[in-house]
Design a protein around this ligand. Sequence first.
Ligand SMILES: Cc1ncc(COP(=O)(O)O)c(C=O)c1O
Length: 482
Amino acid sequence: MQLTNHLDPEDWDEFARFVAEFTAEEIQELAQSIKGEVWRPVPDTLKQALQQEGCPEEGSDLLEVIQDYRHNIRPYRVGNTHPRFFGWVQGTGTMPALMADIAISAMNSNCGGRDHGAIYIERQVINWCKQLLGFPSDSGGLMTSGTSASTQYAMQIAMFKKLGIEHKQKGFFGENRPLRCYTSIEGHSSIIKAVQTCGIGSDNLVVIQTDAHNKILLDELEQKIKEDLEQGFKPFMVLVNAGTVNTGAFDDFKQVRKLCDQYACWMHIDGAFGAWMKIAEEPYHSLSAGLELADSLAFDFHKLMYVQFDSGGLLVRDEKFHRKVFTIRPNYLERHGQALAGGDPWFCDYGLELSRSFRALKVWFTFKTYGHKKLGQAVTKNCQLAELLAQQVEHSPYLQKVSEPVSNILTFKIKTEKDPDRHNQLCEKVVSTLQLAGDVVFSLTKCHEFRVIRASITNHRTTEEDIIYSIDRLNQLIQAQA
Ligand SMILES: Cc1ncc(COP(=O)(O)O)c(C=O)c1O
């Protein structure tokens, strides 16, 4: 298949057949891979070859390019499409979104602004999120690349809210006392990244301890805010968790809201995956009580809504202020009020990106196809599987829980190895052995001085059998090391 007609195909029908065959092959491969190994390493020779290969001066037949992809790229997936992938927090992908990805690419819409169909779909998706996640209808928001980007935006908005919108011109460096923000020891690293890159500095991120349930300690939070005020700092933002990355814990949002009101702080919730407990069944639904009280909420569709990467979102209660922070319209972007340059407000007025992809279509296809009830049931099922995992761990002669299964995450350690160094080495060894064998993907985290094994069930394909098999394999491996 040569694309010789000024970069386009000579014959569009022939190209359509070619793409249809390729798409069918991709879907067959995906279906096969779900039954096969979870992951396989990229060979060193291939890594080197890819590193060394220069950009071709002359092109090739598209079939040759696809051949290259078949041999050198496709076999080395991350593995998150597989039912026994429990590493980090990665969704599986939905088939409606797979189709949407083709449509997104064919339409190639720039969703920074202007008046065209894609914009209305993103607005609709944001409206759905407001309804599902309990935000008021006059709040605003946008699709983002993920929770890290959403949290960064929220922090920028909160800074201007505290110090005044005039700092868009004056900059922040004239301020003589630093801003302070607060999160718990369980706060995600994206919060630290935001604090560092927003110019606040991680010295001014006050890290609060948690209780036995991994929830932020409210007394300590208040105490630190008071101390900071006494010392002349400017407390401006509290970042709490709807689902911590290590243990899936939820903070007490209603109490945090009270403190934020009392001390004039912006309340942000990192709901990367946990925000979706709002549409899950009980007892998981109740975890999200008070989510709707936040000034801003960051969340992902590419985790518990199972949509393909990348697809995240941000909701902001004060839509007008959010817009003020990011609006800048040079002459060439001025609105006309009608025709293509109409359609105000534009999504570029709510974030850093002027050129933006049509991510919303993946979410729209997914929500329209399944409805939020079925998606909520999938979230419930993931949480129930985390409970089953906890039971399997409890029954294991080798493993021990280090957290309770609150939502869809569980962390556990090897109880038969008491020496911290040997324990940590053994955890790394069994987790990497399972990965290298293509059997199961768990990841690791830390709890006190121990490396611990962590499973995030963010996977609509996982079954009870997958859970039982995975813990059996862990047991066998640990037994073999004893
Ligand atoms: C609790 C939490 N917050 C934030 C993030 C970052 O999200 P993203 O990867 O979409 O930027 C993650 C990622 O796993 C997470 O689990």
